[in-house]
Ligand binder design. Sequence first.
Ligand code: UDP
Length: 328
Amino acid sequence: MYGKVLVTGGAGYIGSHTAQQLLDAGNDVVILDNLSNGHRAMAPEGARFVRGDLADRALLAEILGSGIDAVLHFAGSIVVPESVADPLGYYRNNTLNTHGLLQACVEQGVGQFIFSSTAAVYGDTALVPVPENAPTLPISPYGASKLMTEWMLRDTAAAHGLRYVALRYFNVAGADLRARRGQSSKNATHLIKVAVEVLTGQREKLAIFGGDYPTDDGTGVRDYIHVVDLANAHVKALDYLRGDGDCQVLNCGYGKGSSVKQVIAALERVSNRKIPVEMAPRRAGDVAELVAEAGRIRGLLGWQPEHDDLELIVRTALDWERKRIGLG
Ligand code: UDP
C-alpha cells in the first residue's frame, strides 16, 4: 500500500533510513527537517526535501494540505543528559512541537500518525523483559517528553478519530548495509558510536560505565536493534494503519540482551583490533538491564527482523563511521 507521507526528521539517523524504505515501497515522501541534527545528504534522493521547522504552523498547514495521508514523526531531541540540563527545551522541542503537529493533522484531516517513542518511558524498571503494559515512570525529561506525547496521541485519537502507532525504541544501532547513511551525531554518548570512534582513531579509549551490575558479566545489558529493521517496523506500521488497524503502542526491540562487554567483543572480532577500555563508575540514570518483550509487534504488524545479529550491527556501524570520516 502506498500514498503520500510526511516524514519529520527525515534527514536524521532513523528518519532517513525509514524515508528510503518508504520510497522503495512506492510512497511519495515529503521530508521536513530543520537540519539542527540531520544532514541534507542523508535524506534519500527521490524525496521532496523541505528545510523548515515544526514550529512553523503555516508551513505545516501547507504541507499537510497537499494530499498527505500519514505522518511519520521522528524530529525531536534525543540526548538524555541534555534533557536533564534543559528540560524546558526538551518539552518545547518534543512535546510542544508535537502538539502543534497534531493540531495541524486534525485541522487538515490527516488521520494516520506514527510516532518515535522510547523505552525510556519505562524508567528504572526491574521487569526483564519489559512488556508494553508495564508502568511508565520515566526518570528523565527526555522520557517524560515522549510519554506526554503518547498521552496526547491517545486523547487526540479518542476525540478526533486519528489512528496512530507509537513505537517504543530500544537501543538503535548499526547503519545502512551499503553505508549510504548512519549515525552522525556530534559528541555522541551511545556505546556503539563511541566504540567505533575509538576504532577509527577519533577517541583514545572507551569507558565501561559500571562493572558491578547484577548481570552475568557485571556490565549493563541492552536490547540492540539494527536501524534497518527498526525502519522496516515503521513501514509495517503504516501498512497496518492503512489497513484500518487500531491505535497501538509497541515495543521495538529483538527481545534479547547484550552486555557492554559482549558489544566490545563483537566489535573486536569484526575489526580484528583490540579496543582500549577503562572501567569507570556507573553512569547516573543507567539501569542494569533493559530488554523488550518483543512479541506483540511481530504478531500485530507481521514484522520480521532480518538483521538480528550483533556482529552485523557493529560491522555496519563501523563501515559507516569509516566512510563518514573518509577512511572507507
Ligand atoms: N556505555 C558504556 N560506555 C559508553 C557508553 C555507554 O559503558 O561510553 C554503556 C551504558 O552504561 C549502558 C550501555 O552501554 O549500559 C548502553 O548505553 P547507551 O548510551 O548506548 O544507550 P542507553 O541504553 O543509555 O540509551
